[in-house]
Design a protein. Structure first.
Length: 546
């Protein structure tokens, strides 16, 4: 009994001692800070440390990188508040008595958090504050509509969306996308609304309107402002933009060749997804096609200088140097200067034709396949860029002993001058694969030489593809006639130095070869930069540049 009494006394003391702490805890946590962030983010970690130091026990950290529910709520809140997909962390929700009263983006100083907590506790806003700047005076009050949408996201983590309303799409396409037949039709008023929305925003990117292009199919998306960024489809919570992109991709894979309008709207209190295929003879279809093509074009004032620069880098190439050196020397030795010019022109025309057709084929494939091929070409640019830098380093290293040897062979005073080499034929033979496979001296007649150039243009791809790949990515979005003209311009610049070498003298070859390491270095750096930019653009890390 004495032991029980002693234990009871100890428990009573603990309760009495904890009571003030609990009361203090309750008072302090009247304001609660909920951080949505990534533990790998230094700003998230710094914010967590600052808030825990100022308000110990009143800070909650939600890891959006590993917690799917936290990620869903974070994304939904962001879309409801800001209405775009350019996300940032940390996002701190400041709650007063359990209700969100402030949404703060980014790391802030300690004074900011102290002032914000005092402001919310003493004079809470009717909705909530949105704070982006490190000063409290720059915070704005969230509109009632956005505030209610945000509360809905927090409370439910997304909303249930009902599928499906569809029109003009083959039943096989609907089954391939959703595994079910179409269960409804789209009201014409909604179609007219979609057309009106698009016409009103052709020259803007604001609001809840998107234009996707998958392969060659433009897809207009109109999303009701009442729909948050995260929705639930077939018991799976997904991002609205991801849903649209997925639908578009599946439609493209089913072989549909017509523009599509996708709109997410409210029917009473139920969200709906509507799909409509637009017949090619309708005005909206022409508008979608033209706008999609225009949106993917680069201004000619930027494109043409870029193409000329890439073509110039592409033209300074050891493969072509080897080819022309051997051809011109062999033709001049057997038939004189006129034979050398004829041979050079025939092979140049063959190379021009082959390289032109190769570029046209890749450019059209890029239009059909879309972003997967674009990403593949970006990766190829980075690989070829690294290869060019390595080749430039190796060429410079190889030239040092050659230069020393040439200095040693300089004629002494009164001595005989050594016989000149034949434009470096032996030195360049190893650089041209096609030159080793075919007996160049056995080629006779313009037709045979033309075929030789045609074949050479394709076998030289591993050596010259880098700048050409970058140029083809830049041509994406242009019409076929424009591509034909721009490719003709690129290839004209590409072969211009070779014609100059042929017309002037084979003595230019050695001077031309000296530029190779520098051109490869510049091309390598440019290709790596372009490849990285294309990849960063695709994943939305940077705005569209290329």
């Amino acid at each position: 009994m004495k032991k029980l009494a002693a234990l009871a006394a100890v428990m009573a003391l603990i309760v009495l001692a904890a009571a003030p702490l609990a009361a203090a805890w309750g008072r302090e946590c009247r304001v609660l800070f909920v951080i949505y962030g990534d533990p790998r983010c230094p700003h998230c970690r710094a914010t967590n440390r600052t808030l825990n130091m100022l308000f110990p026990g009143c800070v909650v950290f939600h890891d959006i990188s590993s917690n799917s529910t936290a990620n869903r709520v974070y994304t939904g809140m962001w879309n409801a508040i800001f209405g775009n997909s350019f996300y940032a962390v940390p996002l701190v929700v400041v709650k007063l008595n359990g209700k969100p009263k402030a949404f703060v983006v980014g790391e802030k100083p300690a004074e900011f958090w102290q002032q914000l907590a005092q402001r919310i506790a003493s004079n809470p806003p009717k909705t909530a504050l949105v704070c982006l700047e490190p000063s409290l005076k720059h915070c704005i009050v969230l509109s009632k509509e956005k505030y209610l949408n945000t509360l809905n996201v927090i409370a439910r983590g997304g909303i249930k969306i009902t599928l499906i309303a569809c029109k003009g799409l083959p039943d096989t396409v609907i089954k391939a996308i959703y595994g079910t037949s179409c269960r409804g039709s789209i009201p014409e008023s909604l179609v007219l609304q979609a057309i009106h929305e698009f016409n009103a925003t052709v020259n803007t990117t604001a609001g809840y309107k998107y234009l996707f292009v998958y392969g060659l199919i433009p897809v207009l998306t109109v999303i009701s402002p009442g729909i948050p960024g995260m929705i639930v489809v077939k018991n799976k919570t997904i991002n609205v933009e991801n849903l649209v992109a997925s639908i578009t991709a599946k439609i493209a894979l089913q072989g549909l060749k017509t523009p599509v309008v996708i709109y997410i709207f409210m029917k009473g209190k139920t969200p709906m997804v509507g799909l409509k295929a637009i017949p090619s003879n309708e005005t909206l279809a022409h508008l979608l096609w033209s706008y999609a093509e225009k949106a993917r074009r680069k201004p000619l004032a930027v494109l043409i200088p870029a193409l000329l620069g890439l073509a110039a880098l592409d033209s300074i190439n050891p493969c072509f140097l080897a080819l022309y050196t051997m051809l011109i020397v062999a033709a001049a030795a057997t038939g004189g200067a006129m034979a050398a010019v004829t041979a050079g022109l025939a092979v140049t025309l063959g190379v021009y034709t082959g390289y032109y057709l190769l570029g046209l084929g890749i450019a059209q494939a890029l239009e059909v396949v879309g972003w997967p091929l674009r990403l593949l070409l970006a990766a190829l640019m980075i690989i070829l860029g690294a290869r060019s830098i390595y080749e430039a380093y190796r060429e410079r290293k190889k030239r040092r002993p050659v230069a020393m040897q040439q200095e040693a062979q300089q004629p002494q005073a009164g001595g005989a001058e050594p016989a000149p080499q034949q434009a470096g034929v032996e030195a360049v033979e190893g650089e041209c694969r096609i030159c080793r496979l075919i007996d160049i001296k056995g080629l006779k007649g313009p037709l045979a030489l033309y075929g030789f150039g045609l074949l050479a243009s394709w076998t030289l791809l591993p050596c010259t593809a880098g700048p050409y790949v970058a140029a083809l990515v830049l041509l994406e979005g242009y019409s076929l006639p424009a591509k034909l003209a721009l490719l003709a311009l690129y290839n004209a610049v590409f072969i211009a130095p070779l014609l100059a070498v042929m017309v002037a003298s084979t003595k230019i070859v050695e001077k031309y070869r000296r530029l190779v390491p520098y051109a490869e270095l510049v091309a390598g750096v440019a290709l790596i930069i372009l490849g990285v930019v294309v990849i960063l653009e695709h994943f939305g890390i940077i705005p569209v540049i290329i």
